[in-house]
Design a protein around this ligand. Structure first.
Ligand code: SF4
Length: 431
């Protein structure tokens, strides 16, 4: 079966999942190749370049990206039209020179046939502005989701280190090394003052386009700058909220911490907490997330997620999982049916308590153990069925789309690393 036949057969078999989401998931799990004509001129051009905001999110190492290694691809693309009549669909860019998808000029082709018009993100006027230390706003506070979210990876390394601790799908530490090796600016720990300076520039120049910020980075198992995790990430939140009270929705992606630490995040001014559980199944969690298993343990991780709901309110605790890793060889489920059943069990566990998980589509990055063994990622059918199951489970529990993601529904969604917002029913929600 060709890729086109696969995509079209899934669109036909799952009419409850919009064609936009089917195509978006395939692009996210497979990556896309770029003609030179569709690459950016880094900070010198009119297209917003890929900022490498946390992980590489590429299917090949930087050294094998060809021209895209020196002229960055765009951060995201907005697809529309084509034979499927796509409504506007924002997709994060994952580069794969071997992909059957190729962007040339303003068109996306699949196996040589045009499937969408492509709009490239315009360069924000503030992006190339230099801070006092000479670093750019792009390096310090990139914006994603078509400008909705300011992504503050304030710690570019994870203290879960090496094969016995790093999550087996994650290339955060490798990505730091490859950017350093390539001589790119890539700050390990971002000083609080730099973050404030970049935010002041964004606040002044982005015409209200940004609605939220995410504070994140690697896990802290000991200390950074003498601070344990809640205080390390919390000091940024505190400084941001003191300087720009309520200007953005504050989110933190961090470990599931004990309740007293979680309370400190809340006290520092954070509104939304993402204690990511990554994969639901107990056996797979212990294999795929050995550091989290060893330092915290799955049961305790889940208990802390439930405890956090008592601090933030269940709707404001939004743990992420990495959709697709539960099918990764050699440890994963053998069938899509088993993987969906396991994932839905996890969704039911949290959603029955008012907590709405969300997910990121797994990108099989080659420097990770799972990416190396599964360069094709998970089957597209899994991703499509998961989207249908997510929507059905959310509705069954009477929950609304999670806050802090903008408007749901195909044509509205801006969340770019999964289609979970694209498949939800459109409604008017506060941004
Ligand atoms: S906790 Fe796991 S997923 Fe998060 S940065 Fe560390 S290794 Fe990566």
């Amino acid at each position: 079966m060709t890729r086109t036949e696969l995509v079209e057969s899934l669109i036909a078999r799952y009419p409850g999942v919009p064609a936009e989401a089917v195509l978006k998931e395939d692009l996210l799990r497979t990556g896309v190749a770029f003609d030179d004509s569709a690459l950016s001129d880094n900070l010198d051009g009119e297209v917003k370049p890929k900022s490498y905001f946390i992980f590489s999110f590429d299917q090949k190492p930087l050294a094998e990206l060809g021209e895209a290694a020196t002229r960055r691809p765009p951060e995201e693309v907005a697809l529309s039209g084509g034979p499927y009549g796509l409504r506007r669909t924002i997709v994060s860019v994952r580069v794969n020179p071997a992909s059957p998808y190729r962007v040339a000029g303003s068109r996306l082709a699949l196996e040589g046939r045009e499937v969408a018009d492509v709009e490239l993100p315009p360069m924000p006027p503030y992006y190339r502005q230099a801070l006092a230390n000479g670093k750019t706003v792009m390096e310090t506070a990139p914006t994603i989701q078509w400008g909705y979210l300011i992504y503050l990876t304030v710690l570019r390394l994870c203290q879960y280190f090496g094969a016995k601790e790093e999550c087996r799908f994650c290339d955060i530490n490798h990505n730091w090394r490859q950017h350093k090796r390539a001589g790119r600016p890539y700050t390990g720990i971002k000083p609080v003052e730099d973050v404030l300076e970049a935010l002041a520039i964004i606040d002044e120049h982005d015409d209200g386009a940004s609605h939220a910020y995410t504070l994140t980075g690697g896990s802290v198992t000991s200390t950074v700058d003498g601070l344990a995790e809640a205080d390390f990430y919390g000091r940024y939140a505190q400084a941001i909220e003191e300087r720009f009270p309520g200007r953005w929705i504050g989110k933190v992606v961090a470990q599931a911490l004990p309740r007293a630490d979680v309370q400190r995040y809340k006290d520092y001014g954070i509104s939304i907490y993402h204690p990511n559980y990554e994969v639901w199944d107990a056996r797979l969690f212990s294999i795929i997330c050995p550091g989290k298993e060893r330092y915290v343990g799955r049961g305790e991780w889940h208990r802390r997620i439930l405890d956090a709901a008592g601090v933030f309110g269940p709707r404001y605790v939004i743990p992420n999982f990495v959709a697709g890793v539960e099918l990764a060889r050699p440890f994963g489920f053998a069938t899509v049916d088993e993987a969906i059943a396991s994932t839905v069990e996890g969704l039911d566990f949290f959603m029955s308590r008012g907590i709405t998980p969300r997910f990121t589509t797994w990108c099989p990055e080659p420097a990770t153990p799972l990416g190396r063994d599964n360069p094709e990622g998970a089957p597209l059918e899994y991703h499509v069925r998961l989207l249908g199951a997510y929507r059905e489970t959310l509705e069954r529990h009477g929950l609304r789309p999670p806050p802090g993601y903008g408007k749901p529904g195909a044509g509205n969604a801006v969340f770019s690393v999964s289609s979970f917002m694209d498949v939800l029913a459109p409604e008017v929600v506060p941004v």
